[in-house]
Design a protein around this ligand. Structure first.
Ligand SMILES: [Zn+2]
Length: 235
């Protein structure tokens, strides 16, 4: 792939379309979500390239109603793993929804949304306690702050619960598991003030600096021949 295209894709990766079966399951599990405001991309955005995330649900910097879900190596991921990832990321979409961080009622701009304030705040709080109070190593502290993050725990639980149910009947899901219908993402309270405030500050900073960097990269990418990717189905 040409450098210009690579650069372009790092800002706006190719769109991914879910299969009919996948979107039907998500619609049934998260009935309150306006899926028109959720877009899927095949590839992580530039600022996540060094992370080992397999998927992530992030605010759209240029459309306050929208949340974007990015998948790393989506096509190479087996169908079942993909579905589990979708169920997990969609749980975060439910959290965006409940925190008023998407659709028309989102007041924030870019990353400066309540979901991100909560997410960063709780992450910082977890990191602080593991590293300074429990004297864990930096890498174990990061791992713990993530896996015990009060917005990740219920998402992982939902994913695990779903995995138990679907093992043998991916195609016959509809109507069988009303207990998996999620209209309550079990949100935690505010993080403590200091962490909530620093989370908010970081979110505000990102929401300002990210568009500036992206505009610069897009101009360079266009000059080097990068172009918008056409929508295509993953199947
Ligand atoms: Zn997650």
């Amino acid at each position: 792939m040409k450098v210009g295209q690579k650069l372009f894709n790092s800002i706006l990766p190719p769109f991914a379309e879910l299969s009919r079966a996948e979107s039907d399951i998500l619609k049934e599990m998260y009935p309150e979500i306006n899926w028109l405001n959720v877009r899927y991309f095949e590839g992580l955005p530039w600022y996540m390239k060094l992370s080992n995330a397999i998927g992530t649900a992030l605010p759209d910097s240029y459309n306050r109603k929208r949340v974007n879900v990015y998948f790393n190596k989506y096509k190479e991921t087996p169908v079942k793993q993909r579905l589990l990832l979708l169920v997990h990321e969609s749980f975060h979409i439910q959290q965006y929804h409940e925190l008023g961080s998407m659709n028309r009622n989102n007041k924030g701009m870019g990353f400066n949304r309540k979901f991100i304030h909560f997410y960063f705040g709780w992450y910082f709080q977890g990191l602080y306690y593991s590293f300074f109070k429990e004297k864990m190593s930096w890498s174990s502290s990061k791992a713990k702050a993530y896996r015990q993050h009060p917005m990740e725990v219920p998402a992982y639980n939902q994913e695990a619960e779903f995995e138990k149910k679907i093992s043998s009947l991916l195609s016959q899901y509809s109507g069988r598991y009303p207990e998996l219908i999620c209209t309550d993402a079990q949100l935690p309270d505010n993080p403590s003030f200091v962490f909530h405030f620093s989370g908010g500050l970081l979110a505000l900073f990102i929401s300002i600096i990210k568009p500036v960097i992206e505009l610069l990269i897009i101009v360079i990418a266009l000059i080097l021949g990068g172009r918008l990717n056409k929508k295509r189905n993953l199947q």
